[in-house]
Design a binder for this molecule. Structure first.
Ligand SMILES: Nc1nc2c(ncn2[C@@H]2O[C@H](COP(=O)(O)OP(=O)(O)O)[C@@H](O)[C@H]2O)c(=O)[nH]1
Ligand SMILES: [Mg+2]
Length: 294
């Protein structure tokens, strides 16, 4: 993990080889779950309960907590560290906080790489980030499935879902279920809205991070969706990786360079045409300006 966050040129090749090896490893590795939602909705508290439930089921867990307010590289977020309490002496839980570098509210560029590494090593990988700006899209790009947490009585739920989140979530969670009727009403409204939007099959789980209620049901819902992916998992991961590479190329070389590639859709199409097991560094090379290719 230190290697991934290193900015030293000398570490660059080793880092690239590691990520390539892990991204194309035949073992599919663990299930990657994205967790996002507005500040204060209870992400960190629920993350702790999720980790505990997975551990109860005998699974190893890696957690990546992204701090969108910090632009330091690899900076630890003490608040999140202490909240997603790692059970003392439990080596099967690994918690890492990463700063969101460069971009306001986005995922650190190293996060995708960190997910690839942790996915190879842990049964479950949880990526937690606060939902601001672009970050929900970023987290869903790294995860096999993404949970968006909703605050009870947060207002017009239809508007909420429409506001650019449709492509992002696979499951919705209404948290703070211990508040009672208001949470149940919000779940009802969300289910109605999902029906209108032709997404009635989306699970809406009522949880309480405070009491842990609903967390086993949430884990079951995640497992069910993940199993349903079946053979489609490799294709989904390949597609998300390619989308990530296009974004990375845009960030690294600018929108002007992206335009020379014919825009994002055409850059993506170029990557989709390459073999499914193409290593990330080769995908990057395929879109990089000729002068920077190795
Ligand atoms: N009533 C209630 N409060 C909660 C619950 N989960 C979190 N909170 C409280 O909501 C606040 C924000 O929680 P936190 O996990 O830090 O939210 P985050 O900003 O989304 O990570 C804290 O004061 C928590 O104690 C819950 O399930 N029920
Ligand atoms: Mg938090």
């Amino acid at each position: 993990m230190n290697l991934l966050e290193s900015h030293r040129d000398a570490d660059r090749d080793a880092r690239r080889d590691l990520v390539d090896a892990l991204a194309t490893t035949p073992r599919e590795g663990g299930q990657v779950v994205g967790l996002t939602g507005p500040p204060g909705v209870g992400k960190s508290t629920l993350a702790g309960k999720l980790v505990a439930e997975w551990r109860r089921r005998g699974l190893s867990v890696g957690v990546i907590a992204v701090d969108p307010s910090s632009k330091r590289s690899g900076g630890a977020v003490l608040g999140d560290r202490s909240r997603i309490a790692k059970p003392p002496g439990d080596d099967a839980v690994f918690v890492r906080s990463m700063a969101a570098r460069d971009r306001l509210g986005g995922l650190a560029p190293a996060t995708m790489e960190a997910v690839l590494v942790m996915r190879a090593a842990y049964d479950r990988v949880l990526v937690e980030t606060v939902g601001v700006g672009q970050s929900e899209t970023d987290v869903s790009a790294t995860a096999d499935q993404t949970i968006v947490i909703v605050q009870p009585a947060s207002g017009d739920t239809l508007q909420f879902i429409k506001a650019g989140l449709m492509e992002v979530f696979d499951l919705l969670v209404v948290n703070k279920g211990d508040l009672g009727d208001v949470a149940k009403r919000t779940r009802r409204e969300l289910r109605l809205a999902l029906r209108v939007l032709d997404r009635a099959d989306t699970p809406v789980v009522l949880t309480s991070g405070a009491t842990g209620a609903g967390v086993p049901e949430l884990v079951d819902a995640l497992d069910a969706r993940f199993s349903a992916l079946g053979d489609g998992l490799a294709a989904l991961r390949g597609h998300k990786l390619r989308e990530h590479i296009v974004r990375a190329v845009t960030e690294l070389y600018g929108t002007l360079h992206l335009r020379t590639l014919g825009g994002a859709p055409s850059a993506l199409a170029r990557l989709e045409a390459l073999a499914p097991d193409t290593a990330p560094s080769d995908l990057l090379d395929a879109l990089a300006p000729a002068s920077t290719r190795r």
